[in-house]
Ligand binder design. Structure first.
Ligand code: HEC
Ligand code: HEC
Length: 275
């Protein structure tokens, strides 16, 4: 047999094998095992010193927008909520050292990690919710909402600037900002991108207040923004699966492109692995 024919036959075998694997893979499709159904969170607080009082999401958004120039995203998110509680209750809210949250700008000191508006929100959940499972559920739902919801939504009365709402797919300042700027067609240091973060901060502050209002009213629904991709990846790679080689809930596809080999072979390979 000449070399050419041999190559043709080999190519045919590979293609045939590939098709076989494809159908095998769909027969063996691995089902997610993580509980991801939306459900109501019930939480009885015993934390009366730092107790929460229901606030207006719209007013909080305007406040966060106003506060932004004074200390950026994390600071504005946190202060927009606590300063209102200080007006209602005085201490201990009135003495809160807000300045500490200025560190959160640009994804922590400009490092590009977690979005400061989310960092400030998680700090608020930390202050008001002492039960870990409830706090984590609030954070997860907020972060998954942030990944998928096109932002910014908030429009200040005194600005004519029109900004496109774009889903960031990532909670990381670097990815979120860069993706938005790329799609919007502006530079990272442009006034549009800066205004985007300022309005986004208003959106997130409103969402946090909405979440806390619902939680303490016993009407909060968890798992309402869950990411099916994460569920399916974690069914094999997470602690519930056999691989147990990764943890986390960030949108996997914001960093990992599923390779062709993985798509075709991971199911079959997984079936053959020991528990
Ligand atoms: C059916 C189970 C299964 C699912 C679902 C699954 N994987 Fe995998 N994945 C595997 C197996 C098996 C391997 C190979 C592991 C090994 O060789 O140790 C693998 C390997 C990987 C690797 C290592 C590098 C590589 O490509 O081999 C990455 C990264 C990865 N998977 C990411 C993902 C992501 C992201 C998702 C969701 C889009 C996902 N996986 C869904 C089974 C799965
Ligand atoms: C912010 C980017 C980012 C996100 C989001 C992300 N990963 Fe990764 N992942 C990485 C990096 C970086 C590595 C390390 C790669 C290496 O060391 O080769 C990695 C490694 C892995 C590995 C390989 C582990 C091993 O032992 O080989 C798996 C599996 C994996 N990630 C799955 C996931 C899954 C599932 C998700 C979603 C829940 C996810 N990743 C989200 C960046 C990310």
């Amino acid at each position: 047999m000449d070399r050419r024919n041999a190559m043709k036959i080999t190519a045919g075998l590979i293609a045939g094998g590939g098709i076989g694997m494809f159908s095998l893979a769909s027969v063996f499709k691995h089902k997610p095992t993580i509980d991801t159904e939306p459900h109501q969170l019930n939480y009885e607080t015993n934390n009366d010193v730092w107790g929460y009082t229901a606030l207006s999401p719209e007013h909080t958004a305007r406040l966060a927008y106003q506060l932004y120039p004074d200390g950026s995203c994390m600071y504005a998110t946190f202060r927009s909520v606590i300063s209102q509680l200080a007006e209602i209750h005085g201490e201990p809210f009135a003495s809160y050292p807000y300045h500490m949250f200025r560190y959160g700008h640009g994804g922590v000191g400009g490092f590009g990690t977690i979005c400061g508006a989310l960092n400030g929100s998680a700090a608020l959940f930390g202050l008001f919710v002492s039960e870990k499972s409830v706090r984590d559920a609030l954070i997860t739902n907020l972060f998954q909402w942030y990944e998928k919801k096109p932002h910014p939504i908030f429009k200040p009365d005194d600005s004519e600037m029109i900004l496109p709402a774009i889903a960031s797919n990532s909670v990381l300042c670097h990815a979120s900002n860069t993706h938005w700027s790329k799609v919007a067609g502006v530079e990272i240091e442009s006034k549009e991108r800066k205004e985007r973060c300022r309005r986004l901060t208003a959106d997130v502050a409103a969402k946090v207040v909405e979440s806390l209002n619902a939680l303490f009213d016993n009407t909060y629904m968890a798992n309402t923004h869950n990411n099916q991709n994460v569920e399916s990846c974690m069914a094999c790679h997470g602690n519930e699966g056999k691989l147990k080689n990764t943890a986390g809930k960030m949108d996997c596809n914001s960093c990992h492109d599923e390779s062709f080999g993985h798509k075709v072979l991971s199911d079959v390979h997984y079936r053959m692995m020991k528990e």
